[in-house]
Write a protein that binds this ligand. Structure first.
Ligand code: ADP
Ligand code: ASP
Ligand code: MG
Length: 814
């Protein structure tokens, strides 16, 4: 004997039912078979909805019922040849009329009892199983339809009835002992009470029906046919990369299903486990796939002691607290008794070691009853101030790690909480089952998808880590960054095990989001087709997507974008900025961002703020982290100014050389920031701040070489005025040449003071041989006293800046 159960999706419509029939026809070649059938997918919910609407005198229940009827009739018309349709069609119609009669009664009474609800909802399975049986017969396969209500006997707990196994097993055995046929079709989910009334076995209960038959009949195997290829490492709707577990133990399956793996209804395991009947989870839509076998033997696996990650939604946390609880026995007992008396199921328990609080997780739907029951039970203690009124917190979920071997592996919980914490998910409560087969954490419902994916990555995806990137700015640097990301895609995945997905891109006009990742080959078109840019909206969407390993890259030079970093960091979204505005605005904001990054475990990277792609800030941080002290910094930090002074010799006008620097992409979008020295001030200030100095822009001395008249008006005015001032620039140049020196715009920081200005550099100096747009930074520290630590190289340009941003993104990802 074998038992095959087909779920709601497997019988959702005529096409699918044909697949089921094909599977059954193959199976009966092997053995006598019982086929257990769920209601057509979605029908159980619709029936419950119709009943609920009728009970509140909402006539739309009739529309719901009409849709249900149409679905069944349509299926019959496709599945059964016209000549044989009439009897099954009229049978289905009669059942639909019965449902309507009951609902009409509910409508008139304005009341829906649990008992009536069971009657209504039972029609889903009753009708679907008849249709499957009719199709089998029409396809030439004899099948006997048997009403499970005649065999499975339960108590009268409608909606969640408990099976009387002594009677049920006896009924099933005697029925099958007498039956001579080979194939039986049975409605799942439904049963009857001793009083002969229809009961149901709980949502998802068709699995249980199948297990009850398998166990009573000592079946060789129980097959659960569904819409996924087995029990997976996580719910595939939440984690697209979840993997099928080829084999697991009964205990693990039980734990996974108890903690939310819906693919199997939790009570299903017990009856088959006691008989050691193997359970196969198979995919109706991919029958060749191996599936999962659930069996006794605990299988050795390669090093991973976690089997799956699950979640339960709609959880509320109850906290009972009070000074009167310390050292007084019996509080927990009374709490649980109060809940049990209201039939409230406790899903998770934690107690602080202080004993001064107990925390339990329950189904959110039972919250009001729970609060009333507990406050009543402790009325006296509450009145006398020994205990506080019960604190309730809805809107939560449980995520759990499940695996047989966890007990022998410490550190699993550390890894779990570390990974969740790094992604800014707050844990409200923690529990470890005494079996040590699970560790569960209570978190906000909105964080579930993120937490499950983070954990999946941490425990299963040895292949790669996914980074979700949001880019503000698609100009010079931004487009270079995007093309580098495209070129390096395969390398990143192979060498660094990183998969970077661009979830959002914005420029000043447009923004676009794509959860699958913007296609890097045609991001320009995708962006053009996007919605109008709205910075607040861009940031809000970035926040609310709540994706793990989120990184926001600011490749603009925009003040407003810089003002959004705090809102990102406080959501644990890392920020990578080549925009210097944030780090060079007030010290208070700079400090706030640094603190937020630490507090929310996010990364705040801005290496390209100084020296473009050169490792200047990284080197400085390495020195400080290793215990060194910075005494003095001397630097040429403007690629633009270095380019200008290296190329200006009076042949071309100064204004023309500046223009050339702008055209080659070395200047800030507003070149006056470079020429006036502001950009260099910002950079030396950032280095001073990173060295621990609380410096503001006003504290920096700037001996500018630019005539004040050049700095007024627009960028065009600036170029025009510079042309007029050519003699001024020529004089600066000639003076330096006459003294045998070169002109460099130098920044200096020492003893808490910073200054920037144009200097004559003599040929012995480190700065003399500094060509093109290069930068150089000299760090004088306790370790580098006489000879400074020198960082030198290209300090401007879109390509090197983009690669610096790229490196920061990788740093943030790690
Ligand atoms: P059926 O109607 O066949 O009984 P269910 O919808 O009850 O099917 O269960 C199958 C669904 O369970 C899958 O579609 C999947 O989305 C969900 N599921 C949740 N967790 C898991 C898991 N760990 N492995 C496989 N499926 C899971
Ligand atoms: N049809 C019932 C439900 O949706 C039982 C089942 O499908 O297992 O809950
Ligand atoms: Mg199910």
């Amino acid at each position: 004997m074998q038992v095959l159960k087909f779920g709601g999706t497997s019988v959702a419509n005529a096409d699918n039912i044909n697949k089921v029939v094909a599977i059954v026809q193959q199976s009966i070649l092997r053995d006598k078979t019982v086929v257990v059938v769920s209601a057509l997918g979605g029908v159980t919910d619709s029936l419950l909805k119709a009943g609920a609407l009728a009970a509140i005198a909402d006539e739309s229940y009739k529309d719901v019922l009409a849709t249900i009827e149409r679905r069944h009739i349509d299926a019959v018309k496709v599945l059964v040849p016209v000549a044989k349709q009439s009897s099954i069609l009229s049978w289905v119609k009669q059942r639909c009329n019965e449902i309507e009669d009951i609902c009409n009664g509910v409508f008139l009474l304005g009341e829906l009892s649990d008992r009536t609800r069971d009657r209504i909802v039972s029609f889903g399975e009753l009708i679907s199983s008849q249709i499957v049986a009719a199709r089998l017969k029409a396809a030439g396969t004899d099948a006997v339809w048997k009403d499970a209500r005649e065999l499975i006997i339960t108590d009268s707990n409608h909606g969640y009835a408990a099976v009387d196994f002594a009677i049920t097993d006896h009924n099933i055995r005697s029925y099958f002992a007498a039956a001579v046929e080979n194939l039986f079709v049975v409605p799942g989910f439904v049963a009857s009470s001793q009083a002969g009334l229809t009961t149901t076995l709980g949502r998802g209960g068709s699995d249980y029906t199948a297990a009850i038959f398998a166990s009573a009949l000592d079946a060789k195997v129980l097959e659960i046919w569904t819409d996924v290829s087995g029990m997976m490492t996580a719910d595939p709707r939440l984690v697209p990369h979840a993997k099928v577990l080829p084999r697991i133990s009964y205990q693990e399956a039980m734990e996974l299903s108890h903690f939310g793996a819906k693919v199997i209804y939790p009570p299903t395991i017990q009856p088959v486990m006691s008989k050691s009947i193997p359970v196969w989870i198979k995919n109706t839509f991919d029958p060749e796939a191996h599936g999962t076998v659930i069996e006794n033997e605990v299988v050795k696996r390669n090093g991973n002691n976690i089997r799956g990650i699950t979640s339960i939604n709609k959880i509320a946390l109850l906290s009972l607290e009070g000074p009167g609880m310390v050292g007084v026995p019996g509080f927990s007992k009374r709490l649980f008794e109060a809940l049990a008396a209201e039939q409230i199921n406790v899903i998770l328990i934690t107690q602080g070691s202080s004993e001064h609080s107990i925390c339990v997780g329950i189904d959110e739907a039972t919250l009001v009853d729970a609060k009333a029951a507990v406050d009543k039970a402790f009325a006296w203690e509450i009145e006398t101030g020994k205990v506080d009124p019960l604190v309730v917190e809805p809107g939560l979920s449980i995520v759990a790690l499940v695996g047989d071997n966890m007990k022998s592996h410490p550190g699993v919980s550390g890894k779990m909480f570390g990974a969740i914490g790094r992604n800014g998910v707050n844990i409200r409560a923690i529990a470890q089952g005494s079996s040590e087969r699970n560790i569960s954490a209570v978190i906000a419902a909105v964080d579930v998808k993120k937490a499950i994916n983070v954990l999946h990555e941490e425990f299963f995806e040895t292949t790669y880590k996914q980074v979700n990137l949001f880019i503000a700015g698609a100009g010079n640097v931004g487009s270079k960054l995007l093309s580098q990301l495209q070129q390096q895609h395969a390398w990143l995945q192979e060498q660094l095990r990183l998969q970077i997905r661009i979830i959002g891109i914005a420029n000043s006009r447009k923004m676009v989001f794509n959860d699958e990742g913007v296609n890097l080959r045609n991001w320009k078109q995708e962006l053009e087709a996007g919605q109008p840019m709205d910075l607040d909206k861009f940031v809000e969407i970035t926040r609310s997507k709540n994706l793990r390993n989120s990184v926001f890259a600011d490749v603009t030079a925009n003040d407003n974008v810089a003002q959004t970093y705090d809102r990102l960091l406080e959501k644990s979204i890392s920020v990578v900025a080549c925009n210097k505005v944030a780090c060079s605005s007030s010290y208070a904001y700079y400090k706030k961002l640094k603190d937020l990054a630490r507090e929310y475990n996010a990364s705040f990277q801005f290496e390209t703020n100084v020296g473009a792609g050169l490792p200047v800030i990284g080197t400085l941080n390495d020195l400080l982290r290793s215990g060194d002290t910075v005494n003095r910094i001397e630097a040429v930090l403007s690629g633009t100014l270095n380019f200008v002074f290296n190329n200006y010799n009076g042949e071309k006008s100064f204004a023309e050389v500046v223009k050339q620097a702008q055209e080659e992409g070395y200047t800030e979008p507003d070149p006056r920031l470079d020429l006036g020295g502001t950009d260099v001030m910002r950079k030396i200030m950032i280095l001073a701040r990173e060295s621990g100095e609380q410096l503001e822009m006003e504290d920096i001395t700037n001996s500018t070489f630019m005539p004040a008249s050049c700095m007024q008006g627009s960028v065009e005015d600036f170029y025009a005025e510079m042309a007029k001032q050519e003699t001024h620039f020529k004089a600066l140049y000639d003076e330096a040449v006459k003294a045998g020196k070169k002109l460099k715009f130098v920044a200096k920081y020492e003893n808490g003071k910073a200054a920037v200005g144009l200097q004559h550099i003599d040929p012995q100096h480190d700065f003399y041989h500094l060509y093109g747009k290069d930068n150089v930074v000299l760090f004088y520290t306790n370790r580098y006293v006489e000879q400074p630590l020198v960082v030198k190289g290209a300090g401007a340009g879109a390509e090197v800046t983009a690669s610096g941003v790229f490196a920061d993104i990788i740093r943030a990802a790690h």
